[in-house]
Structure formats: structure tokens, C-alpha cells
Design a protein around this ligand. Structure first.
Ligand code: KG4
Ligand code: ZN
Length: 369
């Protein structure tokens, strides 16, 4: 076991994220280990994200084999840019970082392994400790990367984590201390956006495209279900909404096995789908906030880029839980990125977690918080 360097003044972390279809590398430095408050200094020195979206859009979704191969090519080039490997004369032992942080899971096994193998190689070559990071913890930490948010940050923090693979309400009482209050029993909110968007012929990933069209539509035009809205638990379910959209399209707009787009008011249907997803997320969040009475609330994960979701959450919390501060990541850090992995790596150190020898670290595709 390697002990985190608890008294070190400034900590520099190199991070790698390759869990799905974004390859990303970041360099972060912080004085967090010597500071007592949450308002610590965090500087994102370098941050590169190479998205594979245009590649997977051709197939209508992520192809794991293609994703892994693309990560290999992209990661070499991003690491070269971040570490100046091709021009560095200093030798690997003198590269200026203290830790390597890498996404361990959850995610696609083959994609995760590309990042982990690269991180292990760097840890070995540069003789630095490796921090295995939970991608979900990374999403939570994405909100903390903004200095404005760190100033407002107060435990306990309630999170709504909404991404392509996860929908969870999480209570964070301190760094490294989490309690899952509720989660989806089937599809994630991002999947609900993407799968219904695909039925409407929108390109992968359909979430942002569907929400763009929804801006021009009327949200109550179609009567769609709000699954588990009045259920007493804090769990979610989105598969019924997906089925309802499929049935609606089949019964009213499919002719000779083909969707007749000209008959369909696309913007109104997009607005109605978005409203159904947003309403469930907002109602459950308020229910959770009233139950656990957090000081701060943060909405994170790819779907949190959705402006309607952000404004509806803000409005509902202001009405029901006036004293709770509303936080969300800065633009560009909602979806997968390496900066959030570096920040979560730092949280691991702040929480005093023992670091395992890099040789024992492997991908954990189904890792939980
Ligand atoms: O966090 P993320 O980048 O990847 C996962 O960890 O899953 O989230 C990606 C998801 C996709 O489902 C995408 O459609 C959704 O976030 N998304 C959005 C928006 N931007 C991204 N969904 C709705 N509205 C948006 N503006
Ligand atoms: Zn993610």
C-alpha cells in the first residue's frame, strides 16, 4: 500500500479518461492538502478532450471495439501534447506531476483498459503513484472544479447525477462519503433522451439534438407518462416512456413500416418527451431534498447540460428548499472529461484513501459509487 502525501503543499495530477467515447487528458494542480476550507486553490493547467461522437454517429451508437481502437490513437497524441514527450529532454523521472489518476470504471471494459494500461505505463516509467478513479465520483467532482462553486460548497451536498448510463440521487457528507438515495431501475435519463431521439431519426447522441428541437415546441402537445412520479421511493424508471413513444409513433405516424415525419409535429413531440423526463427528475430531486435537507445541491453528468432541466430544478428548489444553493459544472464539464477525473483523484487524496500498487489495478466496468 502507498500512503497519500498528506502534508505536501502543492499537488500536481495528470489524469486520463477513456470510459466511453471521449478520450481526455488533464493536468491539475492544487493546494487542497494544506488547506482547511473547501475553498481550496485548484488550477486546471491543461485539458484536452478528443470526442469520438462523429465516428459512432455513423453507426447510431457506440461500437466498443471501434471506441477502444480510437482511444489508443487519440491517447498517444493527447499525452504527447500534455507531457511534451516528443520535445522533452528532461527524461521521464523529471516530468512535473506527483500522481497519475485514471478512470477505473464504470464504463466499457475495452475502452477503460486503454486508459488504465497507459496510466500504468506512465506510473511505472515515472515512478509515480496511480489513483484509480470512479467515473461517477468524477462526475460529482466536475461541479467542484469551478471556483465559484467551491466558494458556495457546503456539506451535505445532494447530487442528481444524470448521464448516458446512470441516473442517481446521491448524498455526499464529506470527501469520499456517499449514500445512494435513489437510482434508475432500468434506463438512465440520457438513454431515455438518446433512444427516443433515435426513434425520431435524430443522430447519435440524440439528447442534445432532441433538446435543441424541444426549444421550438409546445411541451404539453403529447400526453406522455411520468414513470414512478408518485412512487414513495427515490428511484426512477424511464423504460415506460420509451415504450410509450414507440407505441405512439407506431399507432399514429408509421405508414407501410416507415415513420412519416411530415405528419408528425417533431418539435412538439421533442418538447413533450423532454418535459416528461425533466418533470420526473425535478419531482424526485425535490422529494430527496426535503427528506435529507442538504446545504448544497448539484446536478452533474451529461444530461445536466440541458438548460430546461437546470432552470426547472433551480425554480423548484427555490420554491421548496429556499436555503439550498444550486450548483452545476461550468460549460464543457457536464459530459465526460479528464478534468473531473483529476479532481476526483484529488478527492481520493483528501479523503485519505490508501492507494493500491498500480500493478493490482484493473478495469472495473460495473463499478458503483
Ligand atoms: O456524462 P456523459 O458524457 O456520459 C456518460 O457517462 O454516460 O453523458 C452523455 C449523455 C448522453 O446520453 C447525451 O445524450 C446526454 O448526456 N446529453 C444531453 C444533453 N447533452 C448531453 N441530454 C439532454 N440534453 C442535453 N443538452
Ligand atoms: Zn460520464
Amino acid at each position: 500500500m502507498i500512503k497519500a502525501k498528506g502534508t505536501q503543499k502543492e499537488i500536481k495530477i495528470l489524469s486520463i479518461e477513456t470510459s466511453c467515447d471521449e478520450t481526455s487528458v488533464a493536468f491539475l494542480s492544487s493546494d487542497a492538502m494544506s488547506s482547511k476550507s473547501h475553498d481550496v486553490g485548484v488550477k486546471l493547467k491543461k485539458h484536452y478532450i478528443a470526442t469520438q461522437i462523429p465516428i459512432h454517429a455513423r453507426y447510431g451508437g457506440v461500437i466498443p471495439e471501434v471506441a477502444a481502437r480510437t482511444h489508443v490513437a487519440e491517447l498517444v497524441s493527447l499525452l504527447d501534447k500534455s507531457l511534451n514527450l516528443s520535445t522533452s529532454k528532461a527524461g521521464t523521472k523529471n516530468l512535473d506531476f506527483d500522481y497519475v489518476a485514471v478512470t477505473q470504471g464504470p464504463g466499457l471494459a475495452t475502452s477503460l483498459r486503454v486508459g488504465i494500461d497507459a496510466a500504468k505505463t506512465i506510473a511505472w516509467m515515472c515512478d509515480k503513484p496511480l489513483i484509480p478513479v470512479n467515473h461517477l465520483e468524477g462526475h460529482l467532482a466536475s461541479a467542484w472544479l469551478s471556483s465559484l462553486n467551491r466558494k458556495k460548497w457546503e456539506f451535505p451536498v445532494l447530487f442528481l447525477l444524470v448521464s448516458g448510463g446512470h441516473t442517481e440521487l446521491v448524498l455526499m457528507t464529506d470527501f469520499g462519503k456517499y449514500k445512494i438515495l435513489g437510482r434508475t431501475r432500468d434506463d438512465a435519463a440520457g438513454e431515455a433522451f438518446d433512444k427516443t431521439a433515435k426513434m425520431l431519426g435524430l443522430e447519435y447522441p440524440g439528447g442534445p439534438k432532441l433538446s435543441g428541437l424541444a426549444e421550438k415546441g409546445v411541451k404539453d402537445s403529447f400526453n406522455l407518462p411520468r414513470p414512478m412520479l408518485h412512487d414513495t421511493s427515490l428511484d426512477f424508471s424511464f423504460s415506460g416512456l420509451k415504450t410509450a413513444v414507440r407505441v405512439l409513433l407506431h399507432e399514429r405516424f408509421v405508414e407501410d413500416g416507415k415513420l412519416n415525419i411530415s405528419k408528425l409535429n417533431l418539435v412538439n413531440l421533442c418538447a413533450s418527451i423532454q418535459a416528461a423526463i425533466v418533470e420526473v427528475l425535478v419531482v424526485k430531486t425535490v422529494k430527496a431534498a426535503l427528506k435529507v435537507k442538504p446545504k448544497s445541491f448539484a446536478v452533474v453528468g451529461g444530461v445536466s447540460a440541458n438548460k430546461v432541466l437546470q432552470s426547472e430544478l433551480k425554480k423548484a428548489l427555490r420554491k421548496s428548499c429556499r436555503e439550498v444553493t444550486f450548483l452545476t459544472p461550468v460549460k464543457g464539464l457536464h459530459t465526460d472529461n479528464g478534468a473531473m477525473i483529476a479532481a476526483a483523484g484529488l478527492w481520493n487524496l483528501m479523503a485519505g484513501r490508501k492507494l493500491t500498487n498500480w500493478k493490482k489495478i484493473d478495469a472495473e466496468p460495473a463499478l458503483d459509487l
